[in-house]
Design a protein around this ligand. Structure first.
Ligand code: PMP
Length: 441
C-alpha cells in the first residue's frame, strides 16, 4: 500500500526505507507520523542557525556541580531505595513537596491525590488513555501544544479547537462549541487547556475568564485538564491562581519540574479527583510499573536542600531578558502587517504573518538564512495555522535572539515583496498535524 494518506504522507515508507509492517499496525498508529519538516530541523540544529524553534529550558543556568553532588550523595546514602522499584503513585515525600509547590498557585491539595509521572507528557498520555475512545472529542485552544495533539491523535481523539485571543481562550466560543457539538451528538470528554503562558500562544487566560471557563464546564459537566508547566515562570508579580485552585472536583491539574528545574529528570505529576487518581495509578502501573525512584528522589533532595524558589526567580529573570530581546527586536525590525503576542511569562511568542504568506513555505528559506521557527500548522489538528509561527526565546542568548529576528525579518520582507509581485508567496501545502520532535515541543 503506497497511496498518500490524508496527511499527505506516504505510510509505506519511512525516509527511504520500506516499512514491511505497514498493513499490520493498529489503527491508532496511523495517526503517529513524523513531521515533513523534521529533516529541515536537523539542519536547523547546526550551530550557525539561530533556532527560535526549540522549547528547551536553559538548564545551563542551573548550579550543575551542586546537582551532581546531590545525585552522588543520594546514591551513597540511599542507594538501595533510590535504585529499587517504587510505588506506581510516586514517592510519598515528593508528593508532599509537590503540594507545597502547587500552593504557590493557590492550590490546596492532599499528596494522596497526586500521581508522579514521567514528565507531564506522561500525565497527558495517561489521562487520554483512561478517557478517550476513538472518535471522542477533546476541546483544546487553537493553537494548542503540539505534544498534546500528538497524544490525542495517538488515541484517535477528535480535537475541536476553541478560538483564543490575547486574553486566552474565549469563553463564548467555548460555550457555543459545546452547544453545537452536543446538538450534533458528539461525545466531549474533556477540555484541554494551558491557561497560563500558553504554548505556543504566549498568552494568559485573564482572571474573569477563568471563572467563566470553570462555570461553563461545570454546567456542561465537562472535565477540565489544566496543563500548567510554565505557571511559576511569570515575569511580573505573583503567580496566577490556577483553575484547579477554584475547583477540585472538575479539574485535573498537570504540573512539571521540567521548566523550573530540568526536563532530564522527567518528573511531572497529575493532581486529580480521587476516582480519576485511582484510574491514573492503574494506568501508570500498566505503562511503566513505576516511575524512576532515582529521579524522583533526586528532585525531592533538590527541593529539600536547595533554594529552589530563588532558582525559579533566577530563571524568570533570565527568560524575561530574553523575552525583552525578542519583543524589542520584533518591534524594531518586522515589516508592517506582522503581529505577535506579548507573553507575560513562559517561553513563546506567537507571530502572525500578513495575508497571503505561509509560514511552512517560508521555513526552508529561513533555514537557508540561518534562522528557524516552528510553522503554525503544527499547533492545529485540522491543518489551519499557516499564517502563524511560534518563536521561542528560552534557549538562545539575547544577542542571538536579536540576530535571529533580524534574519527572519529580512526573509519575511522578501516574501512580502514576492507576494506583491507574483500574488501569493506560498508554494508548499500544509497537511494536518506536524510533530516536529521532542526538543521542539
Ligand atoms: N505541556 C506543555 C504545554 C509543554 O509545553 C510541555 C513541554 N514542552 C509539556 C506539557 C511536557 O513537558 P514535560 O513532559 O517535560 O513535563
Amino acid at each position: 500500500m503506497t497511496e498518500e494518506t490524508d496527511h499527505g504522507r506516504t505510510p509505506a515508507t519511512q525516509g527511504s526505507r520500506i516499512d514491511a509492517y505497514v498493513d499490520r499496525y493498529a489503527a491508532r498508529a496511523t495517526g503517529m507520523v513524523a513531521s515533513e519538516i523534521r529533516a529541515l530541523f536537523a539542519v536547523a540544529s547546526r550551530p550557525e542557525v539561530v533556532s527560535l524553534a526549540g522549547g528547551m529550558p536553559y538548564v545551563t543556568a542551573l548550579p550543575l556541580d551542586v546537582v551532581g553532588e546531590l545525585v552522588s550523595d543520594l546514591v551513597a546514602r540511599r542507594g538501595p531505595v533510590a535504585l529499587q522499584y517504587g510505588s506506581a503513585q510516586g514517592d510519598p515525600h515528593l508528593r508532599e513537596q509537590i503540594c507545597e509547590v502547587m500552593r504557590m498557585e493557590g492550590i490546596d491539595a492532599s499528596p494522596d491525590d497526586v500521581v508522579a509521572t514521567v514528565g507531564s507528557q506522561q500525565a497527558l498520555d495517561l489521562i487520554t488513555r483512561i478517557f478517550i475512545d476513538p472518535g471522542d472529542v477533546v476541546l483544546a485552544e487553537g493553537p494548542s501544544y503540539v505534544g498534546a495533539l500528538g497524544t490525542f491523535a495517538a488515541y484517535q481523539a477528535k480535537v475541536v479547537h476553541i478560538a483564543m485571543d490575547d486574553q486566552g481562550l474565549i469563553p463564548e466560543s467555548l460555550a457555543q462549541t459545546i452547544y453545537a457539538l452536543r446538538a450534533a451528538g458528539s461525545r466531549i470528554k474533556f477540555l484541554y487547556t494551558i491557561p497560563t503562558f500558553h504554548n505556543p500562544g504566549g498568552v494568559t487566560l485573564n482572571v474573569a475568564r477563568r471563572q467563566q471557563v470553570l462555570d461553563i464546564c461545570q454546567r456542561a459537566g465537562i472535565l477540565i485538564v489544566e496543563d500548567n508547566p510554565y505557571g511559576l515562570l511569570g515575569f511580573d508579580g505573583d503567580p496566577m491562581r490556577a483553575l484547579r485552585a477554584d475547583n477540585s472536583d472538575g479539574v485535573v491539574y498537570l504540573g512539571s519540574f521540567s521548566k523550573t528545574l530540568a526536563p532530564g529528570f522527567r518528573v511531572g505529576w497529575a493532581l486529580a479527583p480521587h476516582a480519576i487518581r485511582d484510574k491514573l495509578v492503574l494506568a501508570m502501573e500498566s505503562a511503566v510499573l513505576s516511575h524512576s525512584t532515582f529521579t524522583q528522589l533526586a528532585v525531592g533532595q533538590y527541593l529539600a536542600t536547595q533554594p529552589w524558589r530563588e532558582q525559579i526567580k533566577a530563571f524568570r529573570e533570565l527568560y524575561r531578558e530574553r523575552r525583552d530581546a525578542m519583543l524589542s527586536s520584533l518591534e524594531a525590525l518586522m515589516p508592517p502587517g506582522v503581529t505577535w503576542t506579548r507573553p507575560g511569562g513562559g517561553f513563546f511568542v506567537w507571530a502572525s504573518l500578513p495575508e497571503g504568506l505561509d509560514s511552512k513555505a517560508i521555513l526552508p528559506r529561513a533555514v537557508a538564512e540561518r534562522v528557524a521557527f516552528v510553522p503554525g500548522t503544527g499547533f492545529f489538528s485540522d491543518g489551519s495555522g499557516a499564517r502563524h509561527m511560534r518563536l521561542s526565546f528560552c534557549f538562545p542568548e539575547p544577542d542571538r535572539i536579536r540576530e535571529g529576528v533580524r534574519r527572519l525579518a529580512g526573509v519575511i520582507e522578501q516574501e512580502v515583496q514576492l507576494r506583491d509581485t507574483f500574488g501569493t508567496g506560498s508554494i508548499l501545502g500544509h497537511h494536518g498535524l506536524d510533530t516536529p520532535g521532542p526538543d521542539l515541543a
